[in-house]
Design a protein around this ligand. Structure first.
Ligand code: NI
Length: 177
């Protein structure tokens, strides 16, 4: 396994729509494992392939809670059902020093392919549901900066240009997803 570089805004790869994978082969499995290691190292609780420069529909998640203590590695994840509303202040490994309150679905059912290439269905609620929605947004090139006004987005872009890139690993109290 290897720790990959996490790209930050405004890298174009983060803003592109990613392609579905054609089944889970060894290369995809290796990418999933490298992404997981990269996520733990960051540290974060979720990571999507575009964040490591790969426009493929792959996500990894481990929210490390006692109730939902499982590693999720999914290819081609799709939300097939959703319900309710849940608002949470989100951060993102690709957006240093940026958080925003986002209203999302409280419950989601997500279908995708697991590490073996088998189709799996995940029922999630609350924080795990938020993380799944956040990571799937990444696959469509949607970032937290797209959830705020153009003015705020431009302010953040200017801040980044001024040298935020130098800040490698900022300390954040938020979980980075
Ligand atoms: Ni993110």
């Amino acid at each position: 396994m290897a720790i990959l570089e996490i790209l930050t805004y405004p890298a174009p790869v983060l803003q592109a729509v990613s392609e579905a994978v054609d089944g889970v082969d060894d290369e995809t499995r290796r990418l999933m494992e490298d992404m997981l290691e990269t996520m733990y190292d960051a540290p974060g609780v979720g990571l999507a392939a575009p964040q490591v420069g790969v426009n493929k529909r792959i996500i990894v998640i481990d929210i490390r809670s006692e109730e939902d203590n499982e590693i999720i590695m999914l290819a081609n994840p799709v939300i097939v059902e959703s319900d309710g509303k849940f608002t949470y202040e989100e951060g993102c490994l690709s957006l240093p020093e940026f958080t925003v309150e986002v209203e999302r679905k409280k419950e989601v059912t997500v279908k995708g392919l697991d590490v073996e290439g088998k189709e799996v269905v995940i029922d999630a609620e609350d924080f795990l549901a938020i993380v799944l929605q956040h990571e799937i947004d990444h696959l469509d090139g949607i970032l937290l900066v797209d959830k705020v006004s153009r003015l705020k987005r431009d302010m953040y872009r200017r801040k980044v240009k001024k040298g935020l890139k130098a800040v490698k690993k900022e300390k954040s109290e938020r979980e980075n997803i």
